[in-house]
Design a protein around this ligand. Structure first.
Ligand SMILES: [Zn+2]
Length: 336
């Protein structure tokens, strides 16, 4: 090769190496996206869904069938919701990823995660952003909204969302690391699966970003041995014909009493699993000031991470212990 060609080749190589140092950003389309949207191998999701939440999440009633058949139909609806990114949307998301990266250099284990996006038409999960496996699912509406403002502001709008969603990807990859935060800093207890009654199971809304509902939080006086499991249930008025996501979601808590090492859900007078309004638990609400994201430790942690990363040196006093925890634990050489 003539020297000039060699120089150009070396430059290209250097550029490739520089890129290799950055975690990848993938925009999945077609079969890859349709595979990713039902791939819950890392953490079961579709196999846990009940009829009410499937109707709510897909915005449509289901025909008669066994629960297995309904879940298969649900997977199909999710796959049908996949759409392709426009070049403008990819540029916007890439810019938002850059902003998120610049804010997370203090957390290398998070920083090093690859980014993977799938775009949906918004007909699933009520059009809300969520994650499954290693991918972030984002509805066209959110992308279009961000594209309507100036490019830099649009990427800024998405940065908080991306920091939060990628934190869920982190949680799924490093559950043992996250358990340390939940148990040792926040004092959640990890329980064995609880036998809720069938009426509550039928109403339960599984969150793809926090499907594990065995995290119990101590409330009241320590001597009472009372705990709660926060969760989301589907409840609509008799007049409402169809389920509507968000409108028909209620944040509740299941009170439990610990005796020796066993946690038993409190029952109502007619023997049903008791639930209370999560917002009535003032100490809990005050302890986790993350707005509506307080219904699962994964959500609290994802929102806290986004708040802390965006605030940088201005992290509110309340979140400084969590910032220290993230800095200490989101380091290479994971402990699992
Ligand atoms: Zn979330």
């Amino acid at each position: 090769m003539p020297p000039r060609v060699i120089a150009v080749a070396l430059l290209a190589l250097a550029a490739a190496n520089a890129r290799a140092a950055e975690p990848a950003v993938a925009f999945l389309t077609g079969d890859d996206a349709r595979k990713a949207i039902i791939n819950d191998a890392m953490e079961p999701y579709f196999s846990r869904l009940q009829l009410a939440e499937m109707e709510m999440k897909t915005g449509k009633a289901f025909p008669d069938g066994t629960l297995e058949e309904l879940r298969a139909e649900c997977r199909k609806r999710y796959q049908n919701a996949v759409v392709d990114f426009t070049p403008e949307e990819k540029t916007l998301l890439a810019a938002a990823v850059e902003k998120a990266r610049a804010l997370t250099t203090a957390y290398p284990l998070y920083y090093d995660l690859p980014w993977s996006f799938v775009k949906t038409d918004g007909t699933i999960e009520g059009g809300l952003p969520y994650t499954l496996g290693g991918s972030i699912f984002i509805a066209q509406r959110d992308l279009q909204m961000a594209l309507r403002v100036a490019a830099d502001a649009g990427a800024g709008i998405l940065t908080h969302l991306l920091l939060h969603e990628q934190a869920h990807v982190f949680q799924r990859k490093y559950p043992k690391i996250m358990a340390d935060l939940y148990q040792n800093l926040w004092h959640f207890e990890k329980l064995d699966p609880i036998a809720f009654d069938s009426a509550l199971i039928a109403k339960h809304v599984f969150n793809p970003d926090g499907p594990d509902v065995t995290w119990a939080y101590p409330v009241g006086n320590a001597a009472d041995h009372t705990f709660i499991i926060p969760m989301v249930i589907a409840e609509k008025t008799a007049a409402a014909k169809t389920w509507v996501m968000l409108r028909d979601m209620t944040m509740v808590a299941v009170p439990l009493t610990r005796k020796d090492k066993t946690f038993t859900p409190d029952l109502t007078d007619d023997g049903k699993t008791k639930t209370v309004d999560l917002s009535s638990l003032h100490d809990y609400i005050r302890q986790f000031p993350v707005g509506g994201n307080n219904y699962h430790p994964n959500e609290i942690a994802a929102e806290a991470f986004a708040i802390i990363a965006l605030a940088q040196d201005n992290t509110p006093e309340r979140w400084k212990p969590e910032r220290d925890w993230f800095k200490a634990h989101m380091q290479p050489a994971p402990r699992e």
